[in-house]
Design a protein around this ligand. Structure first.
Ligand SMILES: Cc1cc2nc3c(=O)[nH]c(=O)nc-3n(C[C@H](O)[C@H](O)[C@H](O)COP(=O)(O)OP(=O)(O)OC[C@H]3O[C@@H](n4cnc5c(N)ncnc54)[C@H](O)[C@@H]3O)c2cc1C
Length: 338
C-alpha cells in the first residue's frame, strides 16, 4: 500500500474527491502551494456538471450552459490554468418570459462558455493535477492522523493528511456517514439544502427554429431553459443543436420516465413555445439527479481542521459555476492558513 504522507511537515498530502470545477480548483491551488495532491473522480473524465455530450457532428453542452465572471479573479484563474483559448463570451440574445407571457431581455452581463465545448475548461484545468478517474471513493478510514481512502471495489487508494470532498450534498453526506464523520454530516444538512434534478434533452434540426432569443427562460411548467447551443462561439455545427432543460418539478414528476418520453414531451413544449414545427434529425437525453441548488443560505465552504476534512462545491455558494470556484478558493485559503 502506498503511503502519501511526506517527511516535510509543512507539505501535506491531500486527496480531492471529485473533479468538477470545485475539485480541480482546490487541487490546483493546493498543489501550487507545494502540497502533494491527488484527485479521485468516479466518472470517466473530469468536468462534473460542466459536461458536454458527444454527438455525431460534434458535442453539445448538456449541463451548465454558461457562467459569469463577476469576480475578475475567477477569469484570471481560468486564463492561467485552463488557457484563454478554452473559454470566451457567448454574445447571444437572452430572454425570459413573464407571467403574462411577454418576453424581456436578460439584464446586461458578460456570459462565458467553454470553447469549443464546456468541457474544454475542465480538460485544461485537469492537466495541472494528478487525476485518477473511474474510482468512486466509498469511505475514508482513520489511519492514525491520516485518512485512508477506499473505493467502492474495496481497493485502498492510499493515505492522506487531509481530504477535500467536492461531491454534491447527497453524495457528500453518504461518504461522510460511511466515514463516521457525523458532525460534518450534520453541518452539511442545513447549509446547501437539496440539489434539484433536471432532465436535459439536446435536439438537432436541419433548419433554424424561428425563436425570439438564442437562450430563453420560459414561463412554463415543463421547460426551465431553452438554448441554441450552435450559437455559442467555436461550434461549427452542421445544422443547429438546441438544448432543453425541464423544470425541477416536471423532472421530479417524470424522474423514472424513459428518455424517449422525456424527449417527446420536452420537444412538444418547445414547439408550443417557439411555434417551430421541424422534426429533429437527432436527439439525446440525460437525467441529472443533482443539477442546481436552490439554496440561498451560503456558508461558502466547510472546514474541520481537527479532522483534516474540507467540503467545497457550488451548493455551498448558491449553485453556479462561479460559486464552485469561489467555494473551493475560500476553502483552500482556510486550509493554507491552518
Ligand atoms: C442541467 C444543468 C444546468 C446548469 N446550468 C448552469 C448555468 O447555466 N450556469 C451556471 O453557473 N451553473 C449551471 N449549472 C450548475 C453548475 O454546473 C455547477 O454549479 C458546477 O458545475 C458545480 O461544480 P462542482 O465542482 O461544485 O460540482 P460537480 O460538477 O457536480 O463535481 C462533483 C464531482 O464529484 C464527482 N464525485 C461525486 N461523488 C464522488 C465519489 N464518491 N468519488 C469520486 N468522485 C465523486 C462527480 O462525478 C463530479 O464529477 C447547471 C447544472 C446542471 C446540471
Amino acid at each position: 500500500m502506498e503511503s502519501e504522507t511526506l517527511d516535510t511537515p509543512a507539505i501535506r498530502s491531500v486527496a480531492v474527491i471529485g473533479s468538477g470545477l470545485a475539485g480541480l480548483t482546490a487541487a490546483i491551488l493546493l498543489g501550487k502551494s507545494g502540497h502533494r495532491v491527488r484527485v479521485f473522480e468516479k466518472s470517466r473524465g473530469p468536468g462534473g456538471r460542466m459536461s458536454s455530450k458527444r454527438v455525431a457532428d460534434g458535442s453539445v453542452d448538456i449541463g451548465a450552459q454558461y457562467f459569469t465572471g463577476r469576480d475578475p479573479a475567477f477569469l484570471t484563474f481560468l486564463e492561467t490554468y485552463a488557457s484563454s483559448d478554452s473559454f470566451g463570451q457567448w454574445g447571444a440574445t437572452f430572454g425570459f418570459q413573464q407571467a403574462d407571457k411577454s418576453w424581456q431581455p436578460f439584464p446586461d452581463e458578460s456570459r462565458y462558455v467553454g470553447i469549443p465545448r464546456m468541457t474544454a475548461i475542465t480538460r485544461g484545468l485537469s492537466e495541472h493535477v494528478e487525476l485518477t478517474a473511474q474510482v468512486r471513493i466509498a469511505r475514508m478510514n482513520r489511519a492514525g492522523s491520516r485518512w485512508q481512502l477506499i473505493c467502492t471495489d474495496g481497493k485502498d487508494h492510499g493515505e492522506f493528511d487531509q481530504v477535500v470532498v467536492t461531491a454534491p450534498p447527497a453524495q457528500t453526506q453518504e461518504l461522510l456517514t460511511a466515514s463516521g464523520l457525523m458532525t460534518l454530516v450534520n453541518e452539511t444538512r442545513s447549509p446547501g439544502g437539496d440539489i434539484l434534478p433536471c432532465w436535459a434533452v439536446a435536439a438537432r434540426f436541419d433548419e433554424m427554429p424561428s425563436a425570439q432569443f438564442d437562450a430563453m427562460r420560459p414561463d412554463s411548467d415543463v421547460l426551465y431553459w431553452v438554448a441554441n447551443n450552435s450559437s455559442k462561439p467555436g461550434r461549427n455545427d452542421d445544422g443547429q443543436w438546441w438544448v432543453l432543460h425541464a423544470t425541477p418539478e416536471w423532472t421530479d414528476a417524470n424522474v423514472d420516465a424513459s428518455p424517449e418520453k422525456v424527449s417527446n414531451d420536452l420537444l412538444a413544449e418547445f414547439k408550443q413555445l417557439t411555434g417551430f414545427d421541424g422534426t429533429p434529425t437527432d436527439s439525446v437525453a440525460h437525467r441529472w439527479l443533482y443539477a442546481r441548488s436552490a439554496s440561498t443560505d451560503r456558508p461558502g465552504f466547510l472546514w474541520d481542521q481537527s479532522e483534516g476534512v474540507g467540503i467545497a462545491g457550488d451548493w455551498l455558494v448558491g449553485g453556479r459555476v462561479e460559486g464552485a470556484w469561489e467555494s473551493a478558493s475560500r476553502l483552500t485559503q482556510a486550509m493554507l492558513a491552518g
